[in-house]
Structure formats: C-alpha cells, structure tokens
Design a protein around this ligand. Structure first.
Ligand code: SF4
Ligand code: SF4
Ligand code: FES
Length: 475
C-alpha cells in the first residue's frame, strides 16, 4: 500500500483518497466545512488548508489526493494562522447566537471556532443580515448563520436531483436561498439540515424542542419501506425527538427520506392505544389485560377466523407466530399484509431514483422467506379477523359485520372499529431483525421503553395461552 507522512507519522492510503480522509484514518483531524464525503469537492471554505513539502503555498486537503512519499503538516504555524484567519472571516457576519440556535452542541462552526479560532476579532462594522423566507414544512432557514459552503446546493443537485437551492448576488452580498424563494420540493429535505455545518438550515420538527446534548442515541434501522435505511433514534426521558441518518454505503449512504425520518411520530402520538381496550359504541374503553384477552377469545368463539400479520413485524416475532397461531387457531388462514397492491416482493420496486421503495413496510422480504403468503382479499365466509401489526402496515377495509381484534400498535384516529385492542410495541420499543429488499438482514434496536401498558409480542402470546384453552374458532 502507498504511504505518505502526516505530522511526522507514516500513514498508508488507498490511491485517490484525499488528505482529509487519509489523515482521519490515522486519527489526525483536519478541520473542514465545505467538504462532505457524499458530495462533489469544491474547495471553497479554505479551512482545510495544509502545508505540503515542496509546494510553496498551502493546499486544500479536501481537493488534494495523497501521493506516495508526500510529506504533510497539519499543525504548523502557517496552517494554524490560516485556520485562525478563515475562522475570523467566516464569523465576521455571524450573529453569535449559539445559546438560541438548535445546532448548538453539534455545530461544526461552533466546534471549529473553539478549536481553531481566535477569541479576538478585528471587525467592528455592522453585520450583514438576511430576511427569513419560508422554505416549506421541513426546514427553517436562518441565513445570518450561513458560511456559504454550498453543501446544501450540491446536495440538491447531486443527491436529491433538484436544483432548488441557489446562491444569489455576489461577494459579501451572496445569499443562499431557494429558486425564486419557493418552498423546498424534494422528499429528502431533512438532509439539508444534516449537511449544513451551521444552524442556517434546521429541522422545523426539532426546533426548540430539546438541546442536542440531552439526547441519547440508539443505532437502528428505518421501518418506512423495504430499503431499511440505517438511522439513529434520539430520545430523552422515553420521548423520541428525532431520527438522523447513519452512514451505510451499501444501503442508504448518508441519507434518509423525509417519510422515514419523521415516521417516528406515531410512536409518541397522543391517540395511540397504549392500554388494553374494548370498543364501546363509537369509542374505546380501557380495561385490564385479562378482560381484554377474554373478550378477544369471546369475539372469535365459534367464528371462521383469518389472521393478518403485518410485514412491519420482525423475523423473531414472525417465527413465534408460526408456532403460536396453529396451536391456538388451528387451520385458520394466515396472510402477511403491509402495503396495498404489494402482496409479494415481486410487486415491490423503486418508488424514486434515490432510496424509497414501493413496499412501505420494512420486512416484506423476511416474511416471504419465512413462507407467509401475501394478503389480497379475505377468503369467503370469514367472520372474524385478528390483525397483528407493528404500527405501519396499512389495515385493509373489511366487510361490515366482520369482527376484528387488533394486537400491536393502533391509534384511535385510524378508527379501525376493533372489538378489542391488545397494545403491542413499535419498532422503537423492541429488538429484532428485518430483511430488506436486497436480502440484507439488519437489526432493530430498542431505544425507548414501551409506552403505557404496551407489551412485547411474546409476552402477549404467553398471557393469551395462560388465559385458558384456545379460542375455539370454527374451521
Ligand atoms: S445554508 Fe448551510 S449548507 Fe447551505 S451554504 Fe449556508 S452553511 Fe452551507
Ligand atoms: S427510503 Fe425507506 S427505509 Fe429509507 S428513510 Fe425512506 S422510508 Fe426509511
Ligand atoms: S473543506 Fe477544503 S476547502 Fe472547504
């Protein structure tokens, strides 16, 4: 392998790798702003400039590939002086409003300023300010904090495939904005906030809700579609505040779509049924677990039953059901369900050119591999249905008169008209594995405790079995 020397240390590298990445692998930090590994290199901010032997001027590490025998200094006086000057320049117009900025605590500009900036500034003139234009429902813009790194513009054109962010005016009047001040259109707008190294583009969803340093992070997988993008859930005191992408070059690279990013809301939602519940007329009445299970069995008693299992459940849950269902319900037909019109992996396909898939649940492939059949319609004569789901599988419409019991995650606003609901856990409240459309098995990790009296599926199945004999369904 080729070798170069960085700060006196011999470092190996793969040909073509830039100095920022080569140094990072060796544990040497070169500060940067405009560079992002998922975007083209523009070498605009000059923060990453380093000294390279035999080159008279400082060179930008982001745009310089390492070469055999290269000797690089990242901490020399010249490099330090450049870093201080760049920081001073970038902060000339910055409002220094970290105490009220949502990016505070995880802001590259804040961190680099502490590490590489100078506490003194020579600028005494009035600061430049911009008007805040509305950018739509996802992103809040505050361009007074912008350092014109153009990461957002490049994300739009290179990843989201839409040229909606632009730089208008020139020189010190340069402003980053949307074309004609229009709201953002992409379904991947949340990534603008992730790529922005300052608090100029923040998530409206997260705005003023929690300081970043209070959040506990759990690595897990998005359940929004069959791609299974890698993400982190950020929670505090058992409340989820946001989901951010986790880099996986083989699945989602650095990105998440907005649907997956904001999908977590149903977990926290006020109207989620978190107690065992019986239907009472138009509304639901909380009860205890024993009564709810007895009532569910009474609903099924003597009826022809079908069972629908959501492809938003894990492989482990599916396997447990494969043992439990025949024991309890004999030959009652069992189907998987999730997305209308997608009864098998054959029906699944890309929903756009970026990440999204047509199957809007995460484990269609896993269920198919385990031998479950896809739901298309209820067999003739079915009088009762047991619907088991994780929270995202779309509940089909059943004919009037069919009695339905729900096991899992349901909301009153969905108005499922269920006789009984046995509340279960969402993707954020359990561990397990799911299989994405390419056959990649990935791990869901529990990030919060189940809300209310929601229980894990094995616990509910155990309670069901302990409440006497099988439901006595008709075959
Ligand atoms: S808004 Fe953020 S990402 Fe865009 S140019 Fe400004 S600092 Fe860079
Ligand atoms: S593409 Fe699918 S898996 Fe990825 S973030 Fe969006 S919904 Fe989630
Ligand atoms: S990161 Fe190299 S110039 Fe901006």
């Amino acid at each position: 392998m080729a070798k170069c020397t960085i700060d006196g240390r011999e470092v190996e590298f793969v040909a073509g790798t830039n100095l920022i990445e080569v140094a990072a692998k060796a544990g040497i930090e070169i500060p940067y702003f405009c560079y992002h590994p998922g975007l083209s290199i523009v070498a605009q901010c000059r923060m990453c400039a380093v000294e390279i032997e035999k080159m008279p001027k400082l060179q930008t590490a982001c745009s310089t590939p390492a070469t055999e025998g290269m000797v690089v200094k990242t901490r020399s006086d010249r490099v330090r002086q450049n870093q201080k000057s760049v920081m001073e320049f970038l902060l000339i117009n910055h409002p220094l409003d970290c105490p009220i900025c949502d990016k505070s605590g995880e802001c590259d500009l804040q961190d680099q300023s502490f590490k590489y900036g100078d506490p003194y500034m020579r600028y005494t003139e009035e600061r430049r300010t911009y008007l805040d234009l509305d950018m739509g429902p996802v992103i809040k813009k505050n361009m007074n904090r912008c350092i014109h790194c153009t990461r957002c513009i490049r994300f739009g054109t290179e990843v989201a495939g839409i040229h909606e962010m632009v730089a208008v005016q020139r020189g010190s009047n340069t402003e980053i904005t949307t074309v004609d001040g229009r709201p953002l259109e992409t379904d991947y707008a949340g990534n603008y906030s992730d790529v922005c190294p300052t608090g100029s583009l923040t998530l409206k969803d997260f705005r003023f809700r929690k300081r970043a340093w209070f959040l506990k992070k759990t690595p897990t997988v998005c359940e929004g579609c069959s791609r299974g993008c890698n993400m982190e859930i950020h929670q505090d005191a058992n409340v989820i505040y946001r989901c951010l992408p986790r880099t996986n070059m083989e699945v989602n690279k650095y990105w998440l779509c907005d649907e997956g990013r904001f999908n977590y809301h149903y977990v926290n939602q006020e109207d989620r049924i978190v107690l065992p519940t019986l239907q009472a007329g138009e509304s639901y009445q909380p009860t205890d677990w024993n009564q709810a299970i007895d009532q569910a069995k009474a609903v099924f008693n003597g009826k022809k039953l079908a069972i629908l299992v959501g492809t938003d459940l894990t492989n482990e849950e599916a396997i447990q059901l494969q043992t439990f269902l025949p024991k309890q319900f004999g030959n009652a037909p069992v189907f998987h369900f999730g997305t209308p019109g997608i009864a098998s992996t054959q029906d699944d396909a890309p929903a756009d050119q970026i990440l999204k898939r047509k199957s809007r649940t995460s484990n269609l492939n896993g269920f198919e591999k385990l031998g479950f059949k896809g739901f298309e319609s209820l067999p003739a004569g079915i009088e009762a249905v047991l619907v088991i789901r994780g929270g995202r599988a779309e509940i089909p419409k059943f004919a009037a008169g069919v009695k339905v019991v729900g096991l899992g995650v349901f909301h009153t606003a969905e108005n499922p008209g269920f006789e009984v609901v046995l509340p279960g856990t969402s993707f954020a409240e359990k561990d397990g594995t799911i299989v994405n459309f390419e056959g990649r098995e990935q791990k869901l990790k529990r990030s919060i405790n189940p809300r209310g009296q929601c229980k894990q599926l094995p616990e509910i199945l155990m309670m069901w079995m302990n409440r006497g004999m099988s439901a006595g369904v008709a075959s």
